[in-house]
Design a protein around this ligand. Structure first.
Ligand SMILES: [Ca+2]
Ligand SMILES: [Ca+2]
Length: 317
């Protein structure tokens, strides 16, 4: 079995100001250095997880039968028994689907994937590590020392919209393609060199990172934060609703910084996926910050139910 190797990019500029254009409290202020997935988590990466943790029974529902539908990308063979365990393969045995972003995943699936990565993959536990309180939004909480996690809304937002080199001074763009106009929803690799291109309103999925026409990335080098799939974040909004951002292939709306969406954590459908954040590898100058964030992580271990009380707790290892 191959191991999941997730490409992460650093998000520096700790202490950046929040974007208060669309919300009085503001989004995007993150006081520490972290990393974020360059791409949405793919079917290939999630398939490794399934092959490690969902071969005999699937008590946590990590697999969804709709992953074999037209917008999914994973199928399984076998019976899920000790005698005939499931093996997870690309849909139609076509390896192209391993490059598509994984969908039909809930917040809980994504959190278990993060726990499994945190615990070293393989037989790693899915029920503790980065998160405790899975399947219970009232106790669900990122733990201090997390190595991989769902982004907080601020972590996701900063990586998507903040640009330390924005003309006129550091600040926020409206779209994750370093533009204030909505990027074109053309086919990859994209042909719009003014507004950029992204997968919205195409009614189709493509491999992650397929939009390479400039400018198709955020200032930090992430792909597809705008479009492709809506991405879960771990920020608890209301009731059992968790945050989603970025829009999808299904619609031209939602890619902009102004658009905050949310759905119940158990929802699984074709237009929702996720990417992860990780702990930064510290430069010597960030060691003091690391000590500080170890403390702020401990402070949030008891989860507050208000969005504004939630802060990141990635350990700066
Ligand atoms: Ca599931
Ligand atoms: Ca996306």
């Amino acid at each position: 079995m191959s191991a999941v190797d997730m490409e992460m990019v650093p998000v520096g500029n700790p202490g950046n100001a929040a974007d208060t254009r669309h919300d009085p409290t503001g989004f995007g202020a993150v006081p520490y250095v972290y990393t974020i997935g360059k791409y949405e988590v793919t079917n290939g990466q999630y398939r490794e997880f399934l092959n490690a943790k969902a071969t005999v029974g699937d008590p946590f529902g990590l697999y969804n039968e709709l992953m074999t539908s037209s917008y999914g990308g994973i199928q399984r063979i076998g019976l899920g028994t000790d005698e005939s365990p499931w093996t997870y393969l690309p849909k139609d045995f076509d390896p192209i689907y391993d490059l598509w972003p994984v969908n039909f995943v809930s917040v809980w699936d994504a959190a278990r994937f993060a726990n499994w990565l945190h615990n070293g993959q393989g037989d790693g536990d899915t029920e503790q590590g980065t998160y405790v309180g899975l399947d219970d939004e009232t106790v669900f909480a990122r733990q201090p020392g997390a190595r991989f996690a769902l982004p907080t809304e601020n972590e996701w937002y900063k990586a998507a919209y903040y640009d330390p080199d924005k003309p006129g001074g550091p600040g926020y763009w409206e779209y994750p393609t370093r533009t204030d106009d909505r990027p074109s929803g053309d086919a990859p690799p994209g042909a719009d060199f003014v507004r950029g291109s992204a997968n919205h309103g195409t009614s189709a999925l493509f491999p992650v990172g397929a939009y390479t026409a400039k400018p198709s990335t955020s200032a930090y080098g992430t792909y597809d934060q705008g479009g492709s799939l809506w991405e879960w974040n771990e920020t608890f909004v209301l009731g059992d609703f968790f945050g989603l951002r970025g829009g999808s292939f299904d619609n031209i709306y939602g890619l902009d910084a102004a658009h905050q969406d949310s759905y119940p954590a158990f929802f699984e459908n074709r237009i929702m996926g996720f990417r992860l954040v990780g702990a930064a590898v510290p430069e010597p100058s960030t060691l003091a910050l690391a000590a500080m964030c170890a403390l702020c992580g401990a402070a949030i271990a008891g989860r507050a139910r208000k969005r504004s009380h939630r802060t990141g707790a990635l350990n700066q290892l």
